[in-house]
Design a protein. Structure first.
Length: 245
């Protein structure tokens, strides 16, 4: 004979399981709505502060990122912006911000700002006119082409260094007529001394960085000159530069 109480015992369990599933589903919907709202606001704030001509995107990391907003904790935010104009240059910016809160505090983070090779070439000055900058695949810089007044194809390898908001490009070697010659060797030969003079170190002024942002290094990649940045902890409030918080 079947136990009539067995079905009764199962019914509360099924109801409890269904209620739990519904609660999880509602939490997921609430999480998505909160996260979407937060993401839209962050994108708007980033667009207002960076004022890019291209698109801005924001991404909130971690599970239940939206529900965390109820406690004022946004967590880690990734922001990307294209065509950010600074000091006559156009930059692509990607940032990872940690410890972000709804009150505008940022615990710190890192960022990269990429300057295209075309724009870098325009900042190197007329002394290297005819040479096009590019990456060497290892983070260094190469310049290829023909220098004005020297009708020979050249490949110049250069070292990059940064200090006080400036980039220094120091040529270290030249490939000329199938031979690799150190720049110091060019200077020692009267026939190539003039070329060595043309290939002296060059200093490039970089776009001014906002307060709380520090330049760590400059390297090259497939896109251009990459500036590696670190962001210190900061807090913002109110309205700055016409941007509502």
């Amino acid at each position: 004979m079947r136990n009539p109480f067995r079905r009764l015992r199962r019914t509360p369990l099924l109801l409890a399981a269904g209620a739990t599933a519904a609660a999880v589903a509602l939490a997921g919907v609430g999480d998505l709505l909160l996260e979407r709202t937060a993401r839209d606001r962050i994108e708007s704030a980033a667009a207002c502060r960076l004022r890019p001509s291209g698109p801005v995107s924001a991404d909130l990391s971690g599970t239940l990122a939206g529900l965390r907003l109820l406690t004022g904790d946004v967590g880690t935010v990734r922001i990307a912006a294209e065509d950010v104009r600074r000091d006559g240059t156009s930059l692509s910016v990607a940032a990872v911000l940690h410890g972000v809160t709804t009150g505008g505090a940022v615990g710190g983070g890192t960022a990269t700002a990429t300057l295209s090779y075309d724009q870098l070439g325009g900042r190197l000055g007329g002394g290297v006119a005819g040479l096009r900058p590019g990456g060497d695949g290892h983070g260094g810089l190469v310049l290829t082409g023909t220098l004005a007044g020297i009708p020979l194809p050249l490949t110049v390898r250069a070292r990059l260094s940064t200090a006080a908001g400036r980039l220094t490009v120091t040529p270290t070697g030249v490939s000329l007529l199938g031979q690799d010659v150190p720049v110091a060797g060019l200077a020692a030969d009267p026939r190539t001394a003039a070329l060595a003079t043309r290939l002296g170190p060059r200093s490039v002024t970089l776009p001014q960085l906002p307060d709380g942002v520090r330049l760590l290094d400059a390297t090259t990649d497939a896109e251009g000159l990459r500036l590696d940045l670190v962001l210190t902890a900061r807090a913002t409030s109110g309205t700055r530069g016409g941007c509502a918080r």
